[in-house]
Design a protein around this ligand. Structure first.
Ligand code: KIV
Length: 259
């Protein structure tokens, strides 16, 4: 069973959190038995399931459908659903959409960028919120180069300031994406809530990868921060078990997968 208090306890004990994206019931069921801690119904499904070049065309209907699918397969894991592009454009719109994702089975929603007013409104209405800073896919219209963020002092400081503002607004978890490991490490040290890195180095409290990337089946070249965990394993379930073990032991990510 995973829950927000479980993740807080893992951070306190210095034990790593293993998160993966998930889009359907079969994978959710398998990830539960592989002891993944958290499932993210991420809107990168626009790229890996729908073949789009980005995430901006993903709709609330898409997110509700996949959230229901994942919920049907997992009875005990914490499930986070992404708020798709523009679904959080105002506090009231965000609340209506977040409530639908929760009704579909998500325990928490994730939104991109520094939006403390939206977070405050959601939290005041009992919606648990995960933030997402650094590289935010909804801010680009096409994939290709995913630019590393926070590479100079001013932009690194801005991400730290945004993280503190989001924590103050009430987020319970924060995804840090595509930034120098040192920057993510400092942010993690300065927050009480757990951080989950993707391309953000080993010092985050946990890691997340896009499922299709870590199985080596995403279209295009594997991004630097990802690793194909199917290599050396004889089935998908063992690749997921290997991912969980590598995150928990701190073996992943290493220098090769960090900035
Ligand atoms: O949509 C997604 O899969 C995400 C991850 C890249 C963290 O937001």
């Amino acid at each position: 069973m995973s829950s927000l208090p479980t993740l807080q306890a893992l951070k306190k004990r210095g034990e790593k959190i293993a998160m993966l994206t998930c889009y359907d019931a079969s994978f959710a069921f398998m990830m539960e038995s592989a002891q993944v801690d958290v499932l993210l119904v991420g809107d990168m499904l626009g790229v890996v399931l729908q073949g789009s070049t980005g995430t901006q065309n993903v709709t609330m209907q898409d997110m509700l459908y996949h959230t229901r699918c994942v919920t049907a397969g997992s009875k005990s894991l914490l499930i986070i659903a992404d708020m798709p592009y523009a679904s959080d454009a105002s506090p009231d719109l965000a609340l209506r959409n977040a409530e639908q994702l929760i009704a579909a089975g998500a325990h928490m929603i994730k939104l991109e960028g520094n939006k403390p007013d939206i977070v405050r409104h959601l939290v005041a209405n009992n919606i648990a919120v995960c933030g997402h800073l650094g590289f935010t896919p909804q801010s680009i219209t096409s994939t290709g180069a995913y630019p590393v963020q926070g590479t100079d002092e001013a932009s690194a400081q801005q991400i730290l300031d945004d993280a503190l503002a989001l924590q103050q607004a009430g987020i319970s978890l924060l995804v840090l994406s595509m930034m120098p490991a040192a920057v993510a490490g400092i942010i993690t040290m300065n927050l009480n809530i757990p951080t989950i890195g993707i391309g953000a180095g080993k010092d985050c409290d946990g890691q997340v990868l896009v499922l299709y990337d870590m199985l080596g089946i995403s279209p295009g070249k594997l991004t630097k921060y990802s690793r194909n965990f199917l290599i050396g394993e004889d089935c998908i379930q063992n690749a997921v078990v290997a991912y969980v073990a590598a995150v928990k032991s701190g073996a992943f990510p290493d220098i090769e997968h960090s900035f």
